[in-house]
Design a protein around this ligand. Structure first.
Ligand SMILES: NC(=O)c1ccc[n+]([C@@H]2O[C@H](COP(=O)([O-])OP(=O)(O)OC[C@H]3O[C@@H](n4cnc5c(N)ncnc54)[C@H](OP(=O)(O)O)[C@@H]3O)[C@@H](O)[C@H]2O)c1
Length: 361
């Protein structure tokens, strides 16, 4: 298992040719490295604009997603709505997940306003509620014949500690337990959709929208749900760190089944979520914040680009894989990774048991 994945790509899916990251000219690599050490320069729109100008930066308008089905959670607002809207313009059948029927319908209408011929369907679930996530998975299995990509975008930074119906802390439940259950339950559909015999091979994809905030936290398996004291930004960053570790673990587990998994961070974008949770941050950075489309760009790229399936289990910003650790003392051990998977399994396993077969008449 790789930790800190900025080196050459690990093995991808069987049959998908590996390609090391494009070797940039020295001046471009130096400029890129200088940008990365300045957090504000890297995470704001300055970083996006500079990397786009430095290239290489493929034009996604050239990519057709016709025939592919992509599910995006948290698609009622901000980055999720921008992602789903862009994917629909590229021809994808878009499946949006919201938790409020009115907001979800309005998101569908906004996508259709941008692309009137788009194939958009809505699903409802609060990702923190495992009963609702299990029902969502049943609904998807019943209604969909394929799923090419699953984007775990839903998330929020919560000022006060809240509990899910199953008694889990909501940040951890909505960004770790819910996505884990949804992924496990939809894995058979993703696997059925993956076509490694195609030319070029077409793995299914899972994308976790993490955050640069995760750099500040070590994986916490002793107190993942902040029982020992709650601070919204810490709970948020811990859950985002767990997502990055999960992406690496799932990548190893799902590779043979034709499913590629990546985590990413969008930089800092002006969204309703940032406005609600971080108003001072929003005011200070003002015009330096990315637009939702700029924040969503790497999510769309990970769903659409052939280059995104030449590796698996990586962490991306602005279409390039990045180190998962910059801050000393944040590297987890293999034992801690095992414990994360064990505690997730304990929470979601009641929802994974096979449906009992009815007794014979
Ligand atoms: N914007 C940034 O600068 C930034 C930076 C780093 C990471 N991120 C991450 O990017 C993702 C999108 O954030 P955003 O900035 O676009 O925020 P946003 O505008 O608030 O959108 C968040 C979306 O997640 C949904 N959501 C939140 N909790 C949910 C739950 N328990 N169940 C179901 N849906 C839930 C929201 O649904 P409702 O409409 O029902 O509230 C909304 O659709 C999040 O994971 C966030 O942590 C954002």
């Amino acid at each position: 298992m790789r930790v800190g994945n900025a080196g050459p790509p690990g093995p991808g899916c069987p049959g998908v040719p590996l390609r090391p990251p494009a070797r940039l000219p020295d001046w471009r690599r130096l400029a890129g490295a200088a940008l990365e050490v300045t957090v504000v320069g890297s995470f704001t729109r300055l970083g996006y604009d500079a990397r786009r100008a430095l290239g290489p930066w493929a034009d996604l308008d050239e990519v057709s997603l016709t025939g592919r089905t992509v599910m995006v959670t948290g698609a009622t607002s901000g980055l999720g709505l921008a992602t789903a809207t862009r994917l629909a313009t590229m021809g994808a059948s878009v499946r949006i997940v919201g938790r409020d029927p009115g907001r979800t319908d309005r998101a569908r209408d906004a996508i259709l306003a941008a692309t009137p011929a788009a194939d958009v369907a809505t699903y409802l679930a609060d990702l923190a509620d495992l009963d609702q996530v299990a029902a969502l998975a049943d609904d998807v299995e019943a209604r969909e014949s394929r799923l090419d990509a699953l984007v775990h975008n839903a998330g929020a930074l919560l000022a006060t500690r809240r509990w899910s119906p199953q008694g889990h802390e909501v940040t951890f439940a909505s960004m770790v337990l819910g996505p884990a259950l949804l992924t496990e339950r939809l894995l058979p559909l993703l696997t059925r959709t993956a076509d490694l015999a195609a030319d070029p091979p077409s793995p299914a994809r899972v994308v976790l929208v993490s955050s640069g905030g995760m750099y500040t936290q070590r994986l916490d398996v002793d107190d993942p749900e902040s029982d020992r004291g709650y601070r919204g930004s810490t709970a948020y960053a811990k859950a985002k760190r767990a997502q990055v570790v999960l992406a690496e673990r799932w990548a190893d587990r799902f590779r043979a089944q034709g499913v590629v998994v990546h985590a990413m961070h969008p930089g800092w974008a002006a969204t309703p979520g940032v406005h609600a949770a971080l108003p001072t941050f929003e005011r200070v950075l003002g015009p330096l914040l990315r637009t939702p489309d700029q924040g969503a760009d790497t999510i769309v790229w990970l769903v659409a680009a052939d280059d995104a399936v030449r590796s698996t289990g990586r962490f991306w910003l602005d279409r390039r894989s990045r180190s998962t650790h910059y801050v000393p003392g944040t590297r987890e051990t293999e034992d801690e990774r095992d414990r994360l998977e064990a505690l997730i399994a304990a929470a979601i396993s009641p929802y994974l048991a096979s449906t009992p077969t009815p007794p014979p008449d």
